[in-house]
Ligand binder design. Sequence first.
Ligand code: FAD
Length: 286
Amino acid sequence: MHIKELFKDKTVFSFEVFPPKKTSPVDVIYSTLDELNDLHPDFISVTFGAGGSGNSRYALEIASKIKESGITPMLHLPCINFTKSEIDAALDEAKERGIENILALRGDINPEIPPVNDFSYASDLITYIKSKGDFDIAGACYPECHPDADSLVDDIINLRKKVEAGADHLITQLFFDNDNFYEFREKAAIAGINIPIEAGIMPVVNKRQIERMVTTCGASLPSKFVRIMTKYEHNPEALRDAGIAYAVNQIVDLVASGVDGIHLYTMNNPYVARKISEAVSGIIKT
Ligand code: FAD
């Protein structure tokens, strides 16, 4: 199933998972997948380390496992630290496993790992994947601008190159202020980008996530969000419930505003995914 077909009929609702660390066996994630599959998302995507994480084999295995359970998988594929023949090997294996959907990415540039430079940008990878078979290809986009870009205008001009190269749909970086997404969507449309854009939603449900948000995430934190997180940061149960409620509110507003899809960063937490899925089940299925 090519994911692009789904957008024709409905608001797409999808999940993202990440493979376990290479020091853990792959099957530690299988019970999580069973619980996520029970929620019947339209697809589940699996992240893939851009370099050095050693979990790439896991990503393919996990994608196969998702497919076996009857859910459409999407494999993330970053390119900046891989040679053309490594990308060929990943695509060949994806084909053998019947994985038809790829999220084509550049990957973050790690100062400790010099880039291979067979592919400089995600658009180069998209062009290459197009030449390798009948894959459905997604790309990443950034409502608040990619950190390497000089401006959102430049970033959107670069995003158009991904679309021209053959991206079928897009998934956004996480954001906490829907207005940033609406402004981005409008600017992208003005730039002629008219493929479906799924909104990436990250429920922030524990203190570790808050700390990471504040230090590393480029997303702006609206005062409402900061107020909630500050109030509940020392009360894990309240923080979890508040984070779920915040994500649900974002989704309700996005769906009411005609979003093409919601991509939930599950953080491999089936409890949170279930609570959110149940809260939005009435509005999301159309
Ligand atoms: P690109 O589209 O190549 O853009 C990177 C930068 O280069 C941008 O600033 C852009 O404006 C600029 N640019 C693009 N094309 C050109 C051009 N032709 N000329 C000049 N400048 C250009 N990373 C992982 O390693 N593994 C994952 O599984 C993963 N999953 C992700 C899932 C989502 C939904 C998102 C949003 C991100 C994910 N990432 C993942 C992170 C991603 O790899 C990084 O954000 C990375 O820094 C950029 O990747 P990209 O594909 O958007 O790059």
